[in-house]
Design a protein. Sequence first.
Length: 120
Amino acid sequence: MILQRIGVLSCAKVFGAVYGGIGLIVGCMFALIGMFQGMFLGGTDLGAGAAAFGFLFGIGAIIFMPVCYGLMGFIGGAIGAFIYNLVSGFVGGMELVLREKPGSGAPGLAYSPAGPPAMG
């Protein structure tokens, strides 16, 4: 099988969702850093202002990072799929070797390399 085209919008949606999830993980890490910053700086001369900044920084990271990462993943996925479609028109696409998992096919269907699945 040869992968000739990739749906630009479907690729962009998948990349946006994956990168949004990564952004949530990164945002949680930033929130932990902000929490510890506020905890350690709260007892210093900077006082409550540092603790409040750390808290707001953490909450902002949990909201901002997934949105930012998801948007960039969406845009990057769309650009990548578009470029793949352009290049595959010249070089013929990417060859894929697929096999069916035993017991997962629909009953009565058989693969035909000449076209769509044939009944039989």
